[in-house]
Ligand binder design. Sequence first.
Ligand code: HMG
Ligand code: MG
Length: 296
Amino acid sequence: APPASVRIVEVGPRDGLQNEKTIIPAATKVELIDRLSQTGLRTIEATSFVSPKWVPQLADAAEVFAAIRRQPGISYPVLVPNEQGYERARAVGASEVAVFSAASEAFNRKNINASIDESIERFGPVLERARADGVRVRGYVSTVLGCPYQGEVPLADVVRVARRMHAAGCYEISLGDTIGIGTPKKAREMLLAVAAEVPMQALAVHFHDTRGQALANVLACLEEGVAVVDSAVSGTGGCPYAKGATGNVASEDVVYMLEGMGIATGIDLDRLIETGLWLSQQLGRETSSKVARASQ
Ligand code: HMG
Ligand code: MG
């Protein structure tokens, strides 16, 4: 049965913006996060301390993170690919980080220039330092329902990567359909396979809406008991190293569905919609949130 309440992990400022071609001013990113902090969200992924050569859009991570007005009760995780990223994040006071690996060998090579085993080894020191520093670590497994380079991703590989991340100390594992290729039955099966090895309370789902399946996939996973959902305000997003990957499921649409089902999120939908419309104006295009469009 679906949970009574769901925590939304807002990934717009990171996953949403990382794929934008035109460089967005740091002040706009800061304003986005500050606006999101007023919506009732409890987790806002703020930015990414990856190599600026690989993701130029987020080269201003330190500037942005240092400038946001962090609110009590909200965590602001940041993506880090290695120890260098961890140090940059800590230097500006980040107290939660996220590490990531694909379940697909081919994708990992393109995204972070490393094999699965190498990438897991690489964040070993990050996890050790985080434990010593009292920093919480979230883990992402990407390409859980398919890979743009190798096609099918065996479920056993998804389970293995998720289990290793959890065993290494990640408090939560987010399962990402990076290229939005999955359908509800596959999403459900994937979640259940992982949940046999990692407790459901430690799992989150992360769907991209490339083929219009994201909300259906979220619903299928909610029915199996997942209670944490990643989404991006205004439906922005995509991974620069996943060809054809488009937006994350829109936070507004997820919140609308959840509230409609009587599942509490603690989020003020009107404020969220307002923030998403403001962002789409900044980006110079229409919002990808159906709920936001309907409100206009
Ligand atoms: P590399 O080129 O193999 O590594 O990149 P390197 O160690 O040889 O470093 C190359 C240069 O980058 C060096 O500088 C380093 O100092 C620098 P140089 O000596 O050439 O001047 N460097 C850094 N600079 C700043 N911060 C750092 C850092 N690390 C190295 N942290 C690396 C390897 C992992 C760094 C690179 O491949 C990378 O940054 N990749 C990130 C790609 C990325 O961000 N992809 C999108 C995120 S994943 C995603 O979106 C999926 C998700 O949303 C879930 C889903 O949808 O499924 C999470
Ligand atoms: Mg993503």
